[in-house]
Ligand binder design. Structure first.
Ligand code: GLV
Ligand code: GLV
Length: 326
């Protein structure tokens, strides 16, 4: 019997590729840039499995053009780049990689939080430009992290991991989520707030929800208006959750002291985007899960999901478990 064919849309860690090669013929998109949509459309017509990245738009048109496709395995926890409804309609399970990247992503949210609070990126840019301001009582003063109030929007795995780290900084932690989690409130000493009150009471606000169309621009001008003067906003979730014009207003008007983003809409951010002119904005190119070890683990989980799907077995981490209940 012929081996199934799988297409991996970016070079991933070698052990993961070896694992897949034991059961399938593997083709890999070798470039640093994601494959363009027309390449994806062409490839999917003759593959049995796909191992995708969050930069690959898998639209209904693409999924409906993949007659042999048995499984989509995404190497990310988020999957808003994939039309899940279209995949489910076709009975195609979609894998993802939750869990392994939780702590690494929480570490990075904290890196941004602290860098924004203490103006690390801005100070570093100055020194690299040859500007070492002499020590002065009000040179590059920021805001204290310890003892401040942290508001976490989206209290899943990553949100909770961020909260856990706040204990060491003696912070008060508030959270908002569609579901209250009384066990976590007990364990972590966090308090539930509705969104408005969370925005009004927090010194730092960090986003940790999935992106879905109903959360488009969840954080809009009205939200920024409600925040404390001098608050700091952090987004390591998805760019589409935030109205960036409203964010620009909040930063330019000094309503916010600073913001730090690891995600944007669109990615990459256009080079001439006005936000890039603002010294109190830190922006990184979607790297929150990017530790070498975590990326290795993500690749292996994606490989396991892919192999299970090719064999017609249940995926260990499935974004659309409803495919199994039809
Ligand atoms: C990263 O954004 C992910 O969804 O894994
Ligand atoms: C700062 O370096 C201090 O000694 O206060």
């Amino acid at each position: 019997m012929n081996k199934p064919i799988v297409w991996v849309t970016r070079t991933v860690d070698e052990p993961a590729v070896r694992k897949i090669s034991e059961v399938a013929e593997v083709e890999i998109w070798p470039a640093e840039n994601p494959p363009p949509p027309e390449v994806i459309l062409e490839k999917v017509q003759r593959v049995d499995g796909l191992l995708t990245m969050l930069t690959d738009a898998l639209t209904a048109a693409i999924i409906d053009n993949a007659p042999r496709l048995k499984v989509i395995s995404q190497m990310a926890v988020g999957f808003d780049n994939i039309d899940i409804e279209a995949a489910t309609r076709r009975g195609i399970p979609v894998g993802h990689t939750p869990g392994v990247l939780t702590e690494t992503t929480a570490d990075f949210a904290w890196a941004l939080l602290m860098a924004a609070a203490r103006r690390v990126a801005e100070a570093d840019r100055e020194v690299h430009q040859g500007i070492w301001r002499p020590w002065g009582p009000d040179v590059l003063t920021g805001v204290d992290v310890h003892g401040a109030t942290l508001g976490i929007i989206g209290f899943g795995r990553i949100g909770k991991a961020v909260a856990r780290r706040a204990i060491g900084f003696s912070m008060k932690v508030l959270y908002n989520d569609p579901k209250r989690d009384e066990a976590a409130e007990q364990e972590l000493g966090v308090e539930y707030r509705d969104l408005d009150r969370l925005l009004q009471e927090s010194d730092f606000i960090s986003l940790h929800t999935y992106y879905t169309p109903e959360y488009h621009h969840l954080i809009n001008r009205f939200c920024f208006e409600q925040m404390k003067d001098g608050a700091i906003f952090i987004n390591t979730a998805r760019g589409g959750l935030v109205d960036h014009q409203a964010l620009q207003w909040a930063l330019e008007s000094k309503k916010l002291a600073a913001a730090a983003l690891d995600v944007f809409e669109p990615e990459p951010i256009p080079r001439d985007h006005p936000l890039l002119q603002l010294p109190n904005l830190i922006i990184t190119p979607h790297i929150a899960s990017a530790s070498a070890r975590t990326r290795q683990k993500m690749a292996l989980i994606a490989a396991d999901n892919l192999i299970a799907g090719l064999r017609g077995e249940k995926l260990a981490y499935c974004a659309n478990p409803q495919v199994y209940h039809v």
